[in-house]
Design a protein around this ligand. Structure first.
Ligand SMILES: O=C(O)CCC(=O)C(=O)O
Ligand SMILES: [Fe+2]
Length: 338
């Protein structure tokens, strides 16, 4: 078995600003990456670098607050209202995993992370849960703007995917026009390296994302690993690449594409090169904290998820019954929280 296919880097600027031919070429490259690896790096993606950096700064400021303060914006119990702050140890398994056997297995190794989730200000089903403004002035305003920047990028990626499959105009973007997306700030606190090597704790257990598309910005600490689709159980590390956003397919999109596009399993563990990211505290070797910012997209809840054009032919018979995006979420949630 050979080396895993690397995650391609695609210049999305040529889609955003290019002519028809360039757009078609970018769309084909993304389609290819999603077929082979389920992940792609996009450069020239249009989310301003200074906004990404500022988001990491806000994230650090937020997580640096005392626990009692962060608990002023608590994530409600259960999984149907996914907003607010979750303290380390609260979310025992990845919310994006639904296979029952897998969940049972994963419960054995707790993730050590804290998170803060916000979403579309116009999402009536899941209102945002903010801190009182004077606890972190400006945080809310920034997150609301940053959300719209990421949402715009999601819509442009959907345009590219539509082009690659020749989905008739206006393509897939309208199926996401409610922008029921989720912006997640993640902080993996420093912890003894031995806890990760002995599997006493993980940072985030192996899972796949469950929406349509995920955007991910990560800091330079490292530790993200993606499974080799051709070699289950084998993971390769995925570094942050300057000025690139990492984009991956989620389970709903995999189903929608009749498994043309892969929803690839990934996890966060010990960084591959621990040298620059360890520190000694009270005689114990610790791995430095990690910050990352995923942005999860999904389709409007009434969208019928039925094999997309170009995804069914003689060689690829239709694998799944149509389901609404809402029905699909119910199915996943039921498995996760029962
Ligand atoms: O921290 C990371 O880079 C990965 C986060 C992730 O996979 C998730 O939240 O679904
Ligand atoms: Fe994920």
């Amino acid at each position: 078995m050979g080396e895993a296919a690397p995650i391609p880097i695609v210049d999305f600027g040529k889609f955003l600003n290019g002519n028809e031919k360039e757009q078609e070429s970018v769309a084909a490259q993304i389609d290819d990456a999603f077929q082979n690896v389920g992940f792609v790096y996009l450069k020239g993606h249009g989310v301003p670098k200074e906004k990404v950096e500022e988001c990491f700064e806000w994230s650090k400021k937020f997580f640096d607050l005392p626990l009692e303060t962060k608990m002023l914006a608590p994530h409600p119990p259960g999984g149907s209202h996914h907003r607010g702050y979750s303290a380390p140890g609260v979310e025992k398994v990845s919310q994006h995993t639904y296979d029952a056997d897998q969940i049972a297995k994963l419960r054995e190794i707790p993730d050590y992370k804290e998170s803060y989730e916000s979403g579309n200000v116009d999402d009536p089903a899941q209102p945002n849960i903010w801190l009182p403004e004077d606890e972190l002035p400006g945080f809310r305003a920034f997150m609301e703007i940053y959300f719209t920047l990421c949402a715009s990028l999601v819509h442009r990626i959907l345009d590219a995917l539509s082009l690659s499959l020749h989905v008739p105009s206006p393509g897939l973007s309208p199926t996401h026009n409610k922008s029921l997306f989720q912006l997640r700030l993640l902080h993996y606190p420093s912890l003894p390296i031995s806890q990760l090597t002995k599997n006493a704790r993980s940072r985030i257990n192996a899972h796949s994302d469950f929406g349509t598309l995920t955007l991910l910005f990560q800091d330079s600490v490292g530790g993200l690993e993606v499974e080799d689709p051709k070699n289950p159980g084998k993971f390769r590390s995925v570094e942050a690449i300057e000025d690139c956003v990492l984009v991956n397919i989620g389970d709903l999109m995999a189903r929608w594409s009749n498994d043309r596009w892969r929803s690839t399993v990934h996890r966060v563990g010990l960084p591959p090169s621990i040298k620059g990211v360890k520190e000694r505290v009270n005689g114990e070797e610790m791995v430095k904290p990690r910050y990352s910012i995923p942005f999860f997209a999904t389709a409007n809840m009434d969208t019928i998820i039925d094999a997309l054009p170009g995804c069914v032919d003689e060689k690829h018979p239709k694998k799944y019954e149509p389901v609404t995006a809402w029905g699909y979420v119910q199915m996943r949630m039921a498995a996760l929280y029962d």
